[in-house]
Design a protein around this ligand. Structure first.
Ligand code: PHE
Length: 514
């Protein structure tokens, strides 16, 4: 509020108290007289009260307003009376015409006349007629209208029977009742000092010049609400990610390092036995880098590079390969990783290296949750970058049963209990399965991920023991998060259009209710 207005209100209160210290001084009246809102007066009253210039008594009263229905009753009678009068003067009347003849009270007139058993209604012909035993004197007294007239003359709740008020308000909707809270103002203990500013703090200055002894201090308001703390909040995606991470850690998975967004085609595709003609390797699906265009993977791992070339071209390990001329140049191209399986592949290679060095293979459970990139056209459910949750277990003699069991265990912990698996195809897994979860909200099955057992053509060139199998799966982080928050558009969750306030309001932790 501007200071002039604030001063005006404060002065008015002080002046009035000076003139008539004993009579009532109501905030509602001050607002009316000064032509300001009640809220504005209350604001100033609170401030004067803080410095004890005034004190207040809290009061409340019911304010009553007659509605359009109430005015109609006052002028034309209650709906049933208007309706009966209409029936009396018409030869026949059809229910469907009542509305056009009696506007706002038509249907209500019909309903209460039915309730009072004044009329007969024949549904087939839609005809309404007055019951044989009902006479004009039965309805014309119109008690409700009489009460309304009396009420409108006095307009004072205190004089009215609570039951009648309730009927007027709740059933007939003739009146609106609003409870207003207001204050009666009296002089406070500090009134004589008027509007002198009180000290808010005991300052060094006050202590040094000894003025603290003479100063009057403002009282602390222990009821004041604290200032809202502008603290950080977890983005919904990060919150769900944290939860998935905890689940995987509980299941004894170790986190893989995923800090490289740029990968070589070699790790992203070739090491996974994905042929170079595969459509996913097209520039329409993958973002390739211009600078540096190529990786040095061949120089770093010449032996393994050669083995991957071989398995693509001529096969081995019981496979006939893809039978084409494998291009080193294609394999060396840098790209933004299209899936975190590139990271899994690198980790499995490291595991094989350790095995080759020590002769001991250590079973491992790995996971990662991080960003991947695809050259997609953007729409409500697709973005060019999103997050994948990836998991794998490398151990002896693992099969499909282990894979299904692990995935079920994982999803159950997140609260998703109904799962289905559908045979699918991936160049690097055999068999492969798509994972579907039943979405209770949408009442349908939704695809949540992809999985499989890594092929020997991928694992054996790395040098892993023959009887070691790797079961693995990957899913998007965005999909379960959207399901969790009921979002239909991925752009509400991820990207530059996300509403910061929504993030601030998002729950910090998700409690599993299933
Ligand atoms: N990489 C697959 C994808 O991007 C997911 C997957 C991971 C499938 C591991 C099988 C095994 O959809």
């Amino acid at each position: 509020m501007d200071t002039a207005k604030s001063e005006k209100i404060k002065n008015e209160i002080i002046e009035r108290l000076k003139k008539n210290p004993t009579s009532d001084l109501l905030t509602l009246e001050i607002a009316k007289e000064l032509g300001v809102t009640h809220q504005e007066v209350v604001g100033e009253v609170k401030s004067l009260e803080m410095s004890e210039v005034i004190s207040t008594d809290k009061l409340e009263k019911k304010l009553i307003e007659i509605t359009a229905d109430g005015k109609n009753c006052l002028e034309c009678g209650s709906p049933e009376v208007q309706f009966m009068n209409l029936l009396e003067t018409s030869v026949t009347i059809l229910k469907k015409d009542v509305k056009s003849k009696l506007a706002i009270v038509g249907d209500r007139g019909f309903a209460s006349a039915m309730k009072l058993k004044f009329i007969d209604y024949d549904k087939a012909s839609d005809k309404v007629s007055i019951k044989a035993n009902v006479k004009k004197e039965n309805w014309e007294k119109d008690e409700a209208q009489k009460q309304m007239i009396l009420f409108s003359q006095e307009n004072d709740c205190a004089k009215y029977d609570a039951e009648i008020l309730k009927t007027f308000h709740k059933i007939h909707k003739y009146i609106n009742i609003e409870v207003v809270k207001f204050f009666n103002i009296k002089k406070g203990s500090n009134f004589e000092n008027g509007l002198v500013e009180l000290e808010k703090d005991l300052t060094t200055e006050l202590l040094q010049n000894d003025n603290w002894e003479k100063s009057k201090f403002k009282k602390f308001n222990y009821n004041a609400l604290g200032k809202e703390v502008n603290n950080g909040a977890l983005h919904p995606l990060l919150r769900v990610r944290t939860q998935f991470r905890e689940i995987l850690l509980e299941m004894n998975f170790q986190e893989m390092p995923t800090n490289c967004f740029v990968e070589s085609s070699f790790w992203n595709f070739d090491s996974l036995f994905q042929p170079q003609q595969h459509p996913a390797r097209d520039a329409h699906d993958t973002f390739f880098l211009n600078n540096p265009k190529y990786s040095k993977v061949k120089q770093r791992l010449p032996e393994y590079f050669e083995k991957v070339k071989e398995v693509h071209e001529i096969g081995g390990y019981g496979s006939i390969g893809w039978k084409y001329n494998w291009s080193e140049e294609e394999a060396s191209k840098n790209l933004l990783r299209t899936h975190t399986t590139a990271v899994s592949s690198k980790m499995l290679f490291k595991l094989a290296e350790a095995y080759k060095k020590t002769g001991v293979f250590t079973p491992k459970k790995y996971f990662s949750i991080d960003r991947v990139f695809r050259n997609e056209s953007l729409d409500a459910t697709h973005l060019a970058e999103f997050h994948q949750i990836e998991g794998l277990i490398a151990d002896y003699n693992l099969g499909l049963g282990h894979l299904i069991g692990t995935i079920e265990n994982f999803f159950n912990r997140f609260g998703i209990k109904k799962l289905r698996f559908k045979p699918a195809y991936n160049p690097y897994t055999e068999p492969s399965m798509e994972i579907f979860a039943y979405h209770e909200g949408f009442k349908k099955w939704v695809e949540v991920g992809n999985s499989g057992i890594f092929r020997p053509e991928m694992l054996e060139p790395m040098g892993l023991p023959k009887d070691v199998n790797v079961i693995a799966w990957g899913l998007s982080l965005e999909r379960p998060t959207m399901i969790h928050y009921g979002l239909k558009n991925i752009r509400d969750l991820f990207g530059h259009e996300v509403n910061v306030n929504d993030t601030k309001k998002a729950s910090i932790y998700c409690i599993n209710t299933n």
